[in-house]
Design a protein around this ligand. Structure first.
Ligand code: S1T
Ligand code: MG
Length: 543
């Protein structure tokens, strides 16, 4: 076995099912061995940001590792923003980068793709990952790969492996599995007992579930815990879509003043708020009508549990949930089971000839999901992500915290390649201009997403904060006419009747991506974005 085969077997053993990448001369030997070994399928895309977003979404949607392979220098630096987003949003993304061979590194020449020094890239990726290793010694490579790949899974964050181009074919042993971490039993018991005692003492306990529940594959055990605790359950903004199809007392998504007032009231007036795997960030909490007193909350995140002035360290969330399940008895009064289907989502569209609004798009998608069953969503940043809050709870991958544009279309490809499920992609015209062109690779990837472009000829979300400037104006791009040239079908949509028709045709058409170029009037926002902007302006006004 050679070093590449050892690496690919280790990646597969940790949940990877494909590699997304773009080669370069420093990575050609690695890509040749990946293709020759056929241990993991390789999907090449057109630009490294798309490679990173697709690999990120594959990890989110499928669980396990996502893998992005790039060349040294130009390729790896192009990947930085996607890896940063994966770090911020707790995604176990593995970066494989080619690198100069030992004899090249010691040649004394400045090498092409080199920046300040040959180590510049190595040092930069330290800021974006929880572990990294250079595979420049086949004897040490198996242990290094095991340590780094297991760190990606246990910390649910990106890692970096640098592979000099004289290494991929070198003989190498198999990568060992490292024994799972076993938390201190007494600490775990004390923590679980105190946590349940606090919930029992609360008059209005609420459970909020966040991204770690999905990243560590805990949805079913958390659903069981929710049922046993019998308390209301909400998702964070980033946790949207969690427990979507579980029989739990799910009352909605918490987005403060921008969201459902009933949900906000329950969360903000709770005297026992259990934050399970929630990133306590501005996008999750900043638009609270009243600042939630986190000192009264119970925070379970990144291996720590914080209750009041007590902090329990090194307690993996999965172990804690098992300990709670072993003890859980109902602490709530049996909150009403409000399955997502019963959620008050707009379905009845506006009059047929009416100009389409973002809310009409959400209503049309809800009608489609009701008729044909659930489909995963991949959303970009912009009003499309806010409109997604009016779409029924279903699996959603989106950069809800790091908030980078360009994520939606590549993420849709990543979701379908990794899960086989056809996604609906929500993307604004500005974000489409960044990475929408990856649709040209959809057929070669065996993907046929349905892409809804919110085409308002504007960076509209920014305009809501700066209405009197012109720099957010975009020219009008005719995306529908471009679809054919990339191997898909395009539809211009102006009215709700055209929207319903185009969506039905798109859903019935397989094997080619479907692009709905939905023409929105500038200034027409989703209800959630309107509330969000009002809330931010209100909270930023001096008292
Ligand atoms: N560049 C990148 C890579 N990510 C960003 N989030 C931004 C810039 C800033 C930014 C937003 S929202 C937004 C920009 C430029 C406009 C999005 O325009 P479009 O995709 O057309 O969607 P819509 O018209 O619905 O707003 C966030 C706030 O940082
Ligand atoms: Mg726009």
């Amino acid at each position: 076995m050679n070093l590449t085969e050892s690496l690919l077997q280790a990646l597969k053993a940790r949940g990877a099912t494909e590699i997304f990448g773009i080669p370069g001369d420093f990575a050609l030997p690695l890509f040749r061995e990946i293709e020759r070994s056929a241990l993991l399928p390789l999907y090449t895309l057109s630009h490294e940001p798309g490679v990173g977003f697709a690999a990120d979404a594959a990890a989110r949607a499928r669980g396990g590792l996502g893998v992005a392979a790039v060349t040294y220098g130009a390729g790896a630096f192009n990947l930085v923003n996607a890896v940063a987003g994966a770090y911020a949003e707790r995604v176990p993304l593995v970066v494989l980068s080619g690198a100069p061979a030992a004899h090249e590194a010691s040649s004394g020449y400045l090498l092409h793709h080199q920046v300040k020094t040959l180590d510049s890239q190595w040092r930069l990726f330290e800021e974006l990952t929880v572990d990294r290793a250079r595979l420049d010694d086949p004897g040490l490579a198996p242990e290094r790969m095991a340590r780094v790949l297991d760190a990606a899974l246990t910390r649910s964050r990106p890692v970096y492996l640098e592979i000099p181009r004289d290494m991929p074919g070198r003989p190498c042993d198999a990568v060992p599995r490292t024994p799972p971490f076993v938390p201190d039993a007494d600490r775990l018991a004390a923590c679980a007992d105190e946590l349940l005692a606090r919930l029992s003492a609360a008059e209005r306990p609420v459970l909020m579930v966040g991204v770690e529940v999905r990243r560590y594959g805990l949805e079913s055990s958390v659903a069981e815990l929710a049922r046993r605790l019998a308390i209301p359950v909400v998702t964070s903004f980033m946790g949207r879509g969690l427990l979507a199809h579980a029989e739990v007392p799910l009352v909605g998504t918490y987005i403060g003043l921008a969201g459902d007032p009933a949900v906000s009231e329950q969360v903000e007036h709770s005297d026992g708020l259990l934050l399970l795997g929630v990133i306590v960030s501005d996008t999750n909490f900043a638009v609270s009508s009243r600042r939630i007193d986190l000192r009264k909350a119970i925070q379970v995140f990144d291996g720590d549990v914080v209750m009041g002035h007590h902090v329990y360290h090194q307690l993996p969330i999965a172990a804690l949930i098992d300990a709670l399940l072993a003890r859980a008895a109902p602490v709530g009064s049996g909150a009403p089971v409000c399955t997502p289907a019963a959620m008050p989502f707009a379905v009845a569209p506006a009059p047929a000839a009416a100009a389409v609004t973002p809310q009409d798009i959400a209503a049309a998608v809800n009608a489609l999901l009701r008729e044909h069953g659930p489909m995963p969503l991949a959303s970009d940043v912009g009003d499309c992500l806010f409109a997604a809050m009016d779409i029924e709870h279903t699996t959603l991958v989106a950069p809800g915290y790091y908030a980078t544009m360009g994520y939606g279309v590549p993420a849709g490809l990543g979701v379908q390649v990794a899960t086989g499920l056809r996604p609906i992609v929500l993307v604004g015209d500005g974000a489409f201009q960044m990475t929408g062109w990856e649709l040209g690779n959809a057929t070669r990837c065996g993907a046929d997403p349905i892409v809804l472009v919110f085409n308002n000829a504007s960076w509209e979300m920014l305009r809501t904060f700066e209405p009197d400037v012109r720099f957010n104006d975009l020219s009008h791009w005719d995306f529908a006419s471009m679809a054919g040239g990339m191997g898909g079908d395009g539809y211009v949509v102006r009215t709700t009747a055209e929207l319903a028709q185009a969506l039905a045709t798109a859903h019935a058409t397989r094997g080619r991506f479907q692009l709905l170029d939905i023409r929105l009037a500038p200034g027409v926002l989703s209800p959630t974005l309107e509330r969000f902007v009002k809330a931010v302006k209100r909270l930023s006004m001096p008292d």
